[in-house]
Design a protein around this ligand. Structure first.
Ligand SMILES: [Fe+2]
Ligand SMILES: [Fe+2]
Ligand SMILES: [Fe+2]
Ligand SMILES: [Fe+2]
Length: 430
């Protein structure tokens, strides 16, 4: 039995979640991390408080969490073409319900509002904080860097310091228009220091940020962890109408099965967190594949297969999350070791991981999808029993589900209904 309450370093977890989001588009690789680093460095130049810098660090690593299709990401990667604010509003709606992120959500909400967006602007009258203005500047600086990165890949003579003047000029030209003049001055001071450019183009930027984050000691307890994972559940699921409530169903049925298996209250909450994060790696799967209602080609299936691997690797660096990660990420492993991606067998699969595998399939086959209704209980149970008979799923857990079918099924539905309403609410602006 697990007797310790988890104490999860918030920054480490946020950084891992940002790694997962950076998987969405190769073109924008490390965009979140670079923006966070630049925003905090500008805040350093300005002598802002530690708390403001912490908020900017978190806002930076999560700022585009509302833009989760590859196309949306590409749209916001053009310097002058960022007039659409809907992903910023969506990011705000996703982040704001997690209490510690309330201020961060506000910073994110206005990260595409220009300094001179005056009369007639949809943001007139709303308070756009200095944090949003810094994030706006850091975001556009990174878009200029990304344009540069393309040249760097094709041109071996190209090096980063040779581009500084061009980027400085472009930013200066927009001082007093897109950007607050004082912030532009702070960036120019920063950008005259070579280390800044070496850091943002270095492959060790993640560890530089992680070190910076580790010096902060904000820790999440069980409730905080659950709330953060609930927020992330939406970022994972809301990418596609087809899967908009899948994770809610998995988390609720896993929790129900854990209770029936004699898990303690704490362990039941942990498995709910694991359920929320089990498909985290799906952020790396293009939306077009997630939404394909027909059978997948071999290539597409191979891409889908990477998702539990990414869930595992993304959560791995977060200390205190080891057990939750196992329960979450082994949901496609099978008792006969023929699952994927690790080919763990009976000896390596804990009860929590076995529960997650059953909860995942059970939810997937019973939930309604826009292109087909869910299976009847009878049909679903017969499939699960067949899989248990073939040593794919744990027969004890399948039989627990079978004898408590109505209870687990109604828990699943009770979790999925509000998730579906929430999806409609949140997405109405998109
Ligand atoms: Fe953005
Ligand atoms: Fe961005
Ligand atoms: Fe999965
Ligand atoms: Fe799943």
């Amino acid at each position: 039995m697990i007797t310790e309450n988890p104490r999860i370093p918030l920054f480490d977890l946020a950084l891992s979640l940002c790694d997962a989001m950076d998987l969405v588009s190769e073109r924008l690789a490390s965009h979140h991390k670079c923006v966070a680093y630049t925003a905090v460095s500008i805040a350093d130049e300005l002598g802002l408080s530690k708390e403001q810098k912490n908020q900017l660090l978190l806002a930076g690593v999560l700022h585009d969490s509302g833009a989760l299709s590859e196309k949306e990401r590409d749209d916001i990667a053009t310097f002058n073409a960022d007039r659409r604010h809907s992903h910023a509003e969506l990011g705000y709606r996703l982040l704001k319900d997690f209490k510690p992120f309330h201020n961060i959500a506000n910073i994110v909400r206005h990260h595409h509002v220009s300094w001179n967006d005056g009369a007639g602007s949809e943001h007139k009258g709303e308070e756009v904080t200095i944090g949003s203005h810094i994030l706006r500047l850091a975001d556009r600086i990174d878009v200029l860097r990304l344009a540069d990165r393309v040249d760097m890949l094709v041109d071996k003579e190209h090096e980063v310091l040779g581009q500084v003047e061009r980027i400085q000029n472009e930013i200066r030209m927009n001082s007093g228009k897109m950007f607050v003049p004082e912030l532009v001055d702070a960036f120019i001071d920063l950008s005259n220091k070579e280390y800044y450019w070496f850091d943002i183009t270095s492959s060790s930027l993640r560890s530089v940020l992680a070190r910076r984050a580790r010096s902060e000691t904000i820790e999440l307890d069980m409730e905080g962890l659950l709330a953060l994972s609930n927020m992330f559940r939406q970022i994972i699921d809301f990418r596609s109408r087809y899967t908009a409530t899948h994770t809610s169903g998995v988390a609720a049925s896993a929790e129900g099965l854990a209770e029936l298996s004699g898990f303690s209250e704490r362990e039941c909450k942990m498995i709910e967190v694991a359920g929320n994060l089990h498909d985290l790696g799906k952020l790396a799967v293009p939306k077009e594949i997630l939404e394909k209602p027909a059978a997948l080609t071999r290539r597409e299936y191979n891409i889908v297969k990477c998702h539990p691997f990414y869930s595992f690797r993304v959560l791995e660096p977060v200390s205190g999350l080891e057990v939750i990660n196992e329960w979450a990420s082994f949901h496609h492993e099978r008792l006969d070791a023929r699952g994927y991606p690790f080919h763990h067998g009976e000896a390596d699969l804990s009860v929590g991981s076995r529960i997650m595998a059953v909860a995942d399939i059970f939810t997937a086959i019973t939930e309604d999808r826009p292109y087909r209704p869910g299976m009847t209980g009878e049909r679903a149970l017969s499939i699960l029993k067949e899989m248990a008979g073939e040593s794919l799923l744990d027969p004890d857990i399948v039989s627990l589900l079978s004898s408590n079918f109505d209870d687990i099924n109604s828990r699943r539905i009770a979790a999925q209904e509000p998730a579906s309403r929430r999806y409609e609410d949140v997405m109405e602006i998109a």
